[in-house]
Design a binder for this molecule. Sequence first.
Ligand code: NAD
Ligand code: ZN
Length: 343
Amino acid sequence: MLALVKTEAGPGLRLETVPDPVPGINDVLIRVHKTGICGTDLHIDSWDGWAARTIHPPLVIGHEFVGEIVEVGSNVSDFHPGDLVSGEGHVTCGRCRHCMAGQRHLCAFTVGLGVERDGAFAEYVVLPHTNIWHHWPGIDEDVAAIFDPFGNAVHTALSFPVLGEDVLVSGAGPIGLMAVAVVKHAGARLVVVTEPNPFRRELATRLGATLAVDPRERELKSVQAELGMVEGFDVALEMSGNATALRTAIENMAHGGNIALLGLPTAEIPLDLNEIIFNQLTMRGIYGREMYETWYKAAVLVQSGLDISPVITHRFPFREHEAAFAAARAGESGKVIMNWMHT
Ligand code: NAD
Ligand code: ZN
């Protein structure tokens, strides 16, 4: 099969012919239809410090996908050839305390698809049947392809109650953008987005933001005044990993406010804990998705009318992977899809 491979330690990726993956007795083999490009894939491509520490080439990369089951292992009875599925990219151990308690998202022995095992930027991918999410017939396959990052957005956005609340979203990358749509759909009152990139601010407005501002140009205190807010934001979703964005969020919270942290900082962020203590804030780290409550919620959000498709701005055939990666790297994009069906 053809696959996008990190062939050696260093920058770049190659589209290569590699052996078809072989499913074990508990696995399913999937013909990949469409994939989404994640920031993780960009890090692996450019070979930054994290990638150099984490990735052991040769490796087929990629973890956001939708495809059709073509074969199932002899132990698998719940999935069948022809099923349209995506996969949870965190393959958990199944035996640790949290896995045994059904809290698989807390497993400390997770193996990442396209990071620590061969991934989905390929014509075929194999995953354990316990990692498969079955889509309903007729779902838009572009939307199905990004259920993984949509799940990050859903998990973060719904980690605190948002009905009637005023929500700050810092960072309107693909995940922040989808989180805006989720909190609006879930009944938030005001949704303010901070994002330096004008293309993404425009997208944030399309996805339902009350106001999207450039944090270099506007103080959030003046935004609060403009919107008639009195005590600060009830919920903040930190989706940028940026130190200033986090500090600004903390400064603009209502007493007792809740902050969900998804954005990954590239360095330590010094904080004045007095603001968190005296204002009685709660901060919660969010990683991945809950298996499979987040997937369930993502599905019912779409079925109940949530449209995340505006976040998808580019589509490429897989042979144009260089152009696809360039689009994902450039600021003027939301989610970038590669199609693995058109050869
Ligand atoms: P992204 O890098 O496309 O988006 C981040 C956005 O933040 C960019 O649009 C950037 O312009 C904006 N930004 C930069 N400085 C800012 C500032 N001072 N204030 C407000 N916005 C600012 O990333 P993404 O794919 O949307 O992912 C969002 C974040 O979540 C990234 O940090 C990513 O690494 C992280 N992530 C975490 C998990 C997890 O499980 N915790 C999973 C996936 C991604
Ligand atoms: Zn485990």
